[in-house]
Design a binder for this molecule. Structure first.
Ligand SMILES: [Zn+2]
Length: 333
């Protein structure tokens, strides 16, 4: 594959058991197990995972060890090294700064550490891989202040490693519409955003994200239930960040065959393939493409289309997209 691009990848859900083990040791933290295999099984979901809420419980261990600048730098550097070794040419890594402030760090400190690690890695890799950060606001109660702070931090680092905002968390419990004030602020500040919608909630959640000015939709798989919405997505070329394994595990789709990739592609919807959480789902981007290939017998043209869609959907300038298309991303200066 000429362009391996992941636009929907969470840092915490992609930290490996080995990395968590090292980080816990460095910080003298006690883990529930000293066995890497046992840790790995705690970090991934079982085949009888019931829903998104259960899936989200696997994030507790990575968050336990990601509360210092050194740990964040370590996590980003190691993740970028793995992604480069997997052959990715471009990736947008997302995380929620407010979940890393349990000790002494401010959201600003958290993002500063992430941006530092990102720049160090990109310099080291000399254009082999390019990457940017998406900052997640969180669904939840009484967290408007923290979410607005995330918007302010995104503004401070926009174009310097941070490319966009997101809204993540339990969509079924906290409706998209509740978070409108955050994205009104983001829009006023000129920060682009994607919103997780149509994963654990229905098409109305996607319509809400659209009305709130989202540039892309995280998952959006439930748009299959709404003809008008599919027409709209195709007409506006609004990208969907699809995540196949993750959707199967959270039961956003009932079975592999029901994943609507072929329908979306046939209707001209800008569908993209992403991992969501490599460790939680025990996957890689290549594995996702292989699974989809086996399930849907994608044609070479469809495979190529998916990669082109990812370039179109990326939070990059048209000049940068051209460079990605020609596989000639320059090392950062
Ligand atoms: Zn996600």
């Amino acid at each position: 594959m000429e362009n391996m691009i992941d636009l929907h990848l969470h840092l915490d859900g992609s930290l490996t058991a080995e990395e968590i083990f090292i980080l816990a040791k460095q910080q003298h933290l006690t883990l529930p197990s000293q066995s890497i295999d046992e840790l790995a099984s705690m970090l991934s979901v079982s085949s009888n995972c019931q829903d998104l809420n259960e899936y989200l419980q696997t994030f507790e261990l990575p968050l336990l060890v990601l509360q210092t600048k050194e740990a964040l730098t370590f996590a980003f550097s190691h993740l970028l090294a793995r992604l480069k070794n997997q052959g990715l040419s471009y990736v947008e890594i997302r995380f929620a700064p407010q979940l890393h402030t349990r000790q002494k760090l401010s959201q600003y400190d958290v993002v500063e550490s992430a941006v530092y690690a990102l720049h160090q890695s990109l310099l080291q890799y000399q254009g082999e891989i390019h990457a940017q950060l998406i900052l997640c606001c969180m669904r939840g109660e009484n967290n408007l202040k923290q979410n607005l702070e995330t918007v302010e931090v995104a503004k401070a680092f926009l174009g310097q490693g941070v490319c966009a905002l997101d809204l993540a968390g339990a969509e079924g419990l906290y409706k998209t519409a509740l978070f409108k004030p955050i994205f009104e602020r983001a829009a006023a500040e000129g920060i682009p955003y994607t919103i997780h919608a149509g994963e654990a909630d229905g098409p109305e959640s996607i319509w809400e994200a659209i009305s709130m000015g989202a540039s892309r939709i995280g998952h959006g798989v439930q748009s299959i239930k709404d003809e008008k919405l599919m027409d709209y997505l195709a007409e506006k070329q609004m990208p969907l960040e699809l995540c196949f394994s993750s959707n199967l595990q959270t039961r956003a789709i009932a079975s592999a065959k029901q994943f609507p990739l072929q329908t979306f592609l046939k209707r001209g919807i800008l569908a993209t393939i992403n991992t969501d959480n490599m460790t939680v789902s025990r996957t890689t981007l290549k594995h996702e493409y292989n699974l989809l290939q086996q399930t849907f017998l994608l044609s070479p043209e469809q495979n190529h289309q998916l990669q082109l869609n990812a370039i179109k959907a990326a939070f990059l300038t048209s000049v940068e997209k051209d460079m990605l298309l020609k596989n000639s991303f320059c090392p950062p200066s």
